[in-house]
Design a protein around this ligand. Structure first.
Ligand code: SAM
Length: 213
């Protein structure tokens, strides 16, 4: 089994994501997808929870999902998607798309889980055309120093049970460091389940200058 297979987490996530969406995540997804158009790549599509929310201005979605179980769930969701969606077995470190070919890349609750966040952001830049959009919805490191320290301490254990998720990443800074210009960003607290603690989230859009030189 490769390191991108998390059978227990995948099954638990697939069961929980509907409740999470009803608590507000679906509305967050809808907000990053509104305004996208043309050819879109979604990395780490999970159960395909965004598929029904794409606007009709999107002509096609290439959805990457490396986990075997979640890919099966996403393939079923693709059948009732609002736009044509193709689900493939691929990781964000090596996106199966031509350089500069995508109008937008969608990253929803996945940049917390990829091993090499800077490498993935460089790969997203590679596939985006100049002026293309990175639409992001991610939980991030707390702005409160004490809570951020708690996130640092919890992350090694948390990640083991939560599909490699890091609680403590400053993803907005990483997006900027990768060369993107942040166009809009909203930061807010959100608890994915009723009894879960609220985590800092970011939601917005960043523009790519084009593939790295
Ligand atoms: C918390 S789930 C989020 C799923 C979905 N994006 C959503 O918003 O519901 C994290 C997802 O990232 C995927 N993932 C983890 N590492 C990845 C990688 N290197 N490349 C692509 N997807 C990855 C997992 O398989 C899982 O589907």
């Amino acid at each position: 089994m490769n390191s991108l297979q998390h059978p227990l987490f995948a099954r638990a996530f697939a069961r929980a994501v509907g409740g999470m969406d009803r608590r507000g995540a679906a509305e967050h997804r809808r907000r990053i997808l509104a305004g996208l158009h043309g050819s879109v790549i979604e990395i780490g599509a999970g159960a395909g929870s965004s598929f029904a929310l794409y606007p009709s201005t999107v002509s096609r979605v290439l959805a990457l999902e490396p986990d075997h179980y979640l890919r099966g769930v996403a393939q079923q969701a693709a059948a009732s998607a609002s736009v044509p969606v193709t689900v493939v077995d691929a990781a964000a470190e090596q996106i199966p798309a031509e350089t500069g070919s995508a109008d937008a890349v969608v990253a929803s609750l996945v940049l917390c889980s990829v091993k090499d966040q800077a490498g993935v952001l460089a790969e997203i830049r590679r596939v985006l055309r100049p002026g293309g959009t990175l639409a992001f919805y991610e939980h991030v490191r707390s702005a409160h120093p004490l809570l951020a320290r708690v996130e640092d301490v919890l992350t090694p254990v948390w990640g083991r049970f939560m599909g490699g998720c890091h609680l403590n990443r400053d993803t907005l800074a990483a997006i900027t460091a990768a060369g993107f210009s942040v166009q809009d960003n909203e930061r807010f607290g959100f608890a994915v389940q009723r009894l879960n603690p609220s985590l800092a989230h970011i939601l917005g859009h960043a523009v790519s200058p084009g593939p790295p030189g």
